[in-house]
Design a protein around this ligand. Structure first.
Ligand code: FA5
Length: 381
């Protein structure tokens, strides 16, 4: 083959290949361009509607690559025939073949990129998102005020080295009463009548059953230092300050040498952490069968600061919990020798604390799920 023969053959291959590439572009809806101007991709606006789907363009382009740049392509065949050329001609023809190959490869890359950009533009146009649309706001929940109080009280006592324990709402008569020194005929049972599931099973009337369960679990280990929040039940008439189901937090500290002054100091620190640094507590003598001595514990009225108002019934004090030194009978009953160990316990009414803290004057508000009340707690999440 003569030199011109080579050139002609290569020119033919080039023309045919570029025409086939243009056909692919055209089918994909892109404007036809002559080879040197291929660099600029066709803007999406110029695309002809109703063109072949993007996948067809990709497939055609793959076939094109195999046909014009692949091992069996005319270009490769020319290279293979080069062996029959006189050695001095080979470099020139080789360079020519490489030139055409480079041009075809570049043209291929350009069309590949164009097809890709075209597909992307099409997807962007089809999947339009209106970013100016206002977002849909999600309804936000809030932590219920009673759970907030429990979390806060837990935090305070964790800071004083207490652990948190959990008890059963369904209790046995044994744990709820008997082991707390409240036998069947004891008048204290009248104050805590409850819902019985059977002779022996009941809905617990206070979290104090946790004292027994905790000491049984920990014995003979000391100190025992736990608080146990939870729901309790009583056959009380519902009114502004009473509910038949409410929450308590039990506290128990047992060790050698625990004294009443420890109880008072602990409760004072608790009241200050909860209601502010100026708070004080007052212990009034009281009676619980499982503590001796026993006390009702008041804080200075949050509303009037102690001068007397409607909330504190003009006394300047508000009761928040019952407490006392763990009765020796209770200690001995669970295996802590009362000659060696002593302890204190207290039971806080969660609703009463929440009412004071958030200025809520009816306990029923906590259970009615009135969103106007609950929403006020969403802000302070
Ligand atoms: C007791 O329940 C004792 N277990 C507390 C205790 C624990 C004493 C450890 C000694 C040692 P009391 O019945 O007083 O005590 O209830 C404690 C607190 O629960 C009360 O101060 C009050 O805040 C709350 N409370 C009692 N009854 C109700 C009720 N019906 N509705 C809402 N809160 C109540």
């Amino acid at each position: 083959m003569t030199d011109t023969g080579w050139q002609q053959q290569l020119r033919q291959i080039r023309t045919e290949a570029l025409a086939a590439l243009d056909a692919i572009r055209q089918r994909a809806g892109m404007a036809v361009t002559s080879a040197p101007e291929r660099e600029t991709p066709t803007p999406p606006g110029q695309q002809v509607p109703g063109h072949a789907p993007a996948a067809d363009g990709d497939r055609a382009l793959d076939e094109w690559r195999v046909a014009y740049l692949g091992k069996k392509s005319a270009l490769s065949q020319v290279l293979r025939q080069m062996g029959g050329l006189p050695p001095e001609e080979r470099p020139r023809v080789g360079a020519l073949v490489n030139e055409v190959r480079a041009e075809l490869e570049q043209a291929y890359e350009t069309v590949r990129r164009e097809l890709h950009e075209q597909a992307l533009a099409r997807r962007l146009a089809e999947e339009t998102i209106d970013v100016t649309l206002p977002g849909r706001s999600h309804a936000r929940g809030a932590i219920h005020p009673l759970l907030r109080v429990i979390a806060e009280v837990e935090e305070i006592f964790l800071g004083m080295g207490y652990e948190i324990a959990e008890g059963n709402e369904v209790e046995t008569d044994e744990y709820n009463f008997e082991m707390l020194n409240i036998p069947k005929d004891h008048p204290a049972r009248d104050m805590q009548d409850t819902f019985y599931l059977s002779e022996e099973l009941l809905l617990r009337t206070h979290t104090s059953a946790m004292q027994i369960r905790t000491m049984e679990r920990m014995r003979p280990h000391a100190p025992v230092k736990v608080i146990a929040p939870g729901r309790v039940y009583r056959r009380d008439e519902d009114d502004a300050t009473h509910s038949h189901a409410f929450m308590q937090i039990e506290g128990l500290y047992v060790d050698e040498g625990v004294r009443m002054s420890d109880l008072k100091g602990t409760l004072e620190a608790f009241a200050r952490a909860l209601f502010g640094p100026d708070q004080t507590v007052r212990l009034r003598p009281s009676f619980f069968p499982f503590t001796e001595p026993s006390a009702e514990v008041d804080v200075r009225c949050i509303h009037c600061g102690g001068s007397g108002c409607r909330v504190c019934k003009e006394t300047g004090w508000i009761e928040i919990l019952g407490a006392g030194m763990v009765h020796p009978k209770v200690l001995d009953g669970v295996g802590y020798d009362s000659r060696r160990f002593s302890g204190f316990a207290f039971g806080v009414g969660v609703e009463r604390i929440a009412m004071l803290k958030y200025g809520i004057d009816d306990i029923r508000a906590f259970y009615q799920n009135d969103l106007r009340l609950l929403r006020q707690f969403a802000r302070a999440l």
